[in-house]
Each structure stands twice: as structure tokens, then as C-alpha cells.
Ligand binder design. Structure first.
Ligand code: OGA
Ligand code: NI
Length: 371
């Protein structure tokens, strides 16, 4: 089955190079059909600006949750935080966290080191060019469908976990601090995701360790995709990342500190996320939707680009061990609420997005057992 994923169907063009070439009109292969384009000014606005723009969507932002009290000895403070997370998972599938334990300095240096990587000369980055077999390295497309309309972004993808798949020699050697920062960032963010898994597990009534154990305990998967969204001369015609839900378990996103661009689908509207300082954005992926029997839902999201500034984001994907069967927790399957999804390994599941590229929520929805 993997044979179809050995090479890209067309020569790879770096979006950053296109952007820096000074073109005024973007090539046709980045122009989305009318119905998929961001409809400005509604979507270009930050939440605050929206208020004054007179457009229809309400000025809302995803919940911001302070995790400080999670580590408190005071049980009622701790419970209050659990309940805020529970509400955010049920109602939004997306929330921001502050006081999460990862130092602001590390967050800052992670952004800085990756910005520096993307500003290296093209031939230096090219040494890390990736292929669709593993996606590891420097890439410019998701999916191998010939003739697909592409997204306006480049990325760097690497593995942290399991340890056996972690290959530091595939990580950027430049800037000089890069590998050290990547390693430290992985250490801290994987730890934080482990804690969030406990919170979700408790909130679902499954016991603290359940979700992590289903994911393979120590043997979970974790990978990082650093997204680089170059300035775009015609941002209204394209997207930085097409609508998708994240296929894995949890995503911990470190957004750009300067430029917004992430939008989530809420009641058929696209809401622009306005990041707060030193926060991570957390979202539930398809595997948690399956395990929770859709009590928590992965939410569709996309990224818009702009004509003025590049944007960098770091997405840490926390995934099940890839060969374990993931299925709805027995405890959440009842006569009234039968199992909505059949068991499937993450390896099988991930092949879909790796072949077709981002496709909204088509995959997890197509899995639903007939009722
Ligand atoms: C992703 C993603 C959002 C962003 O990498 O899956 O949704 O803001 N990124 O870059
Ligand atoms: Ni995503």
C-alpha cells in the first residue's frame, strides 16, 4: 500500500521562493475554487477589529484557560480547572492554555530558531527535502494527488517519538542552536501533552491513565510540523492550509506571536483565533474523537494568509502508537450510544491524509458505522 507514496507527483516548488520572487499574481495551482476562498473582510479581521467591521460574525474567541491551579493542592481549585477544560473540549474542541509549565523563553527561542531556518538560502534548506514516504524534512505539499490545488505554505516535519523513529541527523543543522532547541522543545511539549491527556481522561470519566494507555503508554507517537506561511500577493484567492481536522490525538500549537491566521469552523462560520501572549493553542484530534465516541469532536480548521507578513507556527502532534487499534472506550459505549467507529490503527488512518491532503472532516465522518 505504501508504494503509491514514494515520490511527489509533480516537481516541488517552494512557496517561499515564489513569494520572494516578487510575483504579483499567484500561479493557478494555488487558486482555490470560489467556495473555498476566504471571504474578506470578515475573515481577515482579528476578533477586535471584527467588532467594528460591521460584518455578521460575532466577536468571539476560543476559551483561554489558566492551568496554574491544576497543580494546586486545593482540590476545589483543581476541579474548577478540570471543568473549564471539560467545557472547552465539549463546546469548542479548541482552547488556549496559559501557565502551562513551558517557559516563555523556550517558546520564544523555538520560534526564533525556526524563523532563522526558513531564512536560510534555498540550497541549504533543500538538503532536507522530504518525500511522501515519511514526510520527514522540508516540504511544500501535503498529499500526492496529481493536479491538486496546493496550499500557500512550506513546512518542516520531524519525529520525536517513538524514540526509535527519532533521527536527529534529519533535523536542521543550522542555525547552530536548532537541534538543541528542537530537542528541548520536544521534551517539554510532549510532557505537557501527557498532562493534558490525563485531564481529558479524568474528564471523560475514564480514570487518569486510560487515554495514555490506549495510546501506547511510553510508546506514543509525537511529531512536529513547523509551518511557514510566506506573504502572499493575492491572499483572497488561496489558503495557507486547507480545512482539515488533525488526524492524531492532541495538537499543541505555538502560533506566531505577531500575525494571526488560524481559523476554526464554528456553527458554519470561520472564527479567527486571536492568540494570547505565551499561550499554546490546544485542539482535539480525530483519535480522541474516536476514543471518546464523539463526546469530544475534532474541529475543522484552516489557515489564511496575508500580503504583509510571513507567519510561522509550530504544531506538535501527540498521537497513538501507530500500530495499536484505536476504538471507542468501552465505558462510553452504551445501548443508547453504540460505538460510532470501528477499530483502526493510526498507521491506516494517517495514510488517508498523506495521500489525499487536507479534506475537512471527510475521513473521520466516513468511518462512522451505519446505525
Ligand atoms: C496544522 C495546523 C495551524 C496554524 O499544522 O495542522 O492546523 O496556525 N496549523 O498553522
Ligand atoms: Ni491542524
Amino acid at each position: 500500500m505504501m508504494s503509491c507514496l514514494q515520490s511527489w507527483p509533480e516537481p516541488i516548488v517552494r512557496v517561499q521562493a515564489l513569494s520572494e520572487s516578487g510575483i504579483r499574481a499567484i500561479p493557478e495551482r494555488y487558486i482555490k475554487p470560489l467556495s473555498d476562498r476566504p471571504n474578506r473582510p470578515d475573515t481577515s479581521a482579528t476578533v477586535a477589529a471584527k467588532k467594528n467591521s460591521g460584518t455578521s460574525s460575532p466577536p468571539i474567541n476560543i476559551p483561554v484557560i489558566d492551568l496554574q491551579n491544576l497543580f494546586s493542592n486545593d482540590q476545589s481549585l483543581c476541579d474548577e480547572t478540570l471543568s473549564l477544560v471539560s467545557h472547552a473540549c465539549r463546546e469548542w474542541g479548541f482552547f488556549q492554555i496559559v501557565n502551562h509549565g513551558v517557559s516563555p523563553e523556550l517558546m520564544k527561542s523555538a520560534r526564533k530558531t525556526w524563523r532563522e531556518f526558513f531564512s536560510l538560502p534555498p540550497d541549504v534548506k533543500q538538503e532536507y527535502a522530504n518525500s511522501p514516504t515519511t514526510y520527514e524534512g522540508y516540504g511544500s505539499r501535503l498529499g500526492v494527488q496529481k493536479g491538486a490545488i496546493l496550499d500557500w505554505s512550506d513546512y518542516f516535519f520531524l519525529h520525536y517519538m517513538p524514540r526509535s523513529q527519532r533521527n536527529e541527523s534529519k533535523w536542521p543543522q543550522l542555525p547552530p542552536s536548532c537541534r538543541k532547541v528542537i530537542a528541548e522543545y520536544g521534551e517539554e511539549t510532549v510532557k505537557l501533552c501527557g498532562r493534558l491527556m490525563e485531564v481529558l481522561s479524568i474528564n471523560l470519566g475514564l480514570g487518569k491513565e486510560y487515554l495514555q494507555n490506549e495510546f501506547g503508554g511510553e510508546n506514543i507517537g509525537a511529531c512536529l510540523r513547523v509551518n511557514f506561511y510566506p506573504k502572499c500577493p493575492q491572499p483572497d484567492l488561496t489558503l495557507g492550509l486547507s480545512p482539515h481536522s488533525d488526524p492524531g490525538g492532541l495538537t499543541l500549537l505555538l502560533p506566531d506571536d505577531d500575525v494571526s491566521g488560524l481559523q476554526i469552523r464554528k456553527c458554519n462560520d470561520w472564527v479567527t483565533v486571536k492568540p494570547v501572549p505565551n499561550a499554546f493553542i490546544v485542539n482535539v484530534g480525530d483519535q480522541i474523537q474516536v476514543l471518546s465516541n464523539a463526546i469530544y469532536k475534532s474541529v475543522e480548521h484552516r489557515v489564511i494568509v496575508n500580503a504583509v507578513k510571513d507567519r510561522v507556527s509550530l504544531a506538535l502532534f501527540y498521537n497513538p502508537k501507530s500500530d495499536l487499534l484505536i476504538e471507542p472506550a468501552k465505558h462510553l459505549v452504551t445501548e443508547d450510544r453504540p460505538a460510532l467507529y470501528p477499530p483502526m490503527t493510526f498507521d491506516e488512518y494517517r495514510l488517508y491524509i498523506r495521500t489525499k491532503g487536507p479534506c475537512g472532516k471527510a475521513q473521520v465522518e466516513s468511518l462512522k458505522s451505519p446505525r
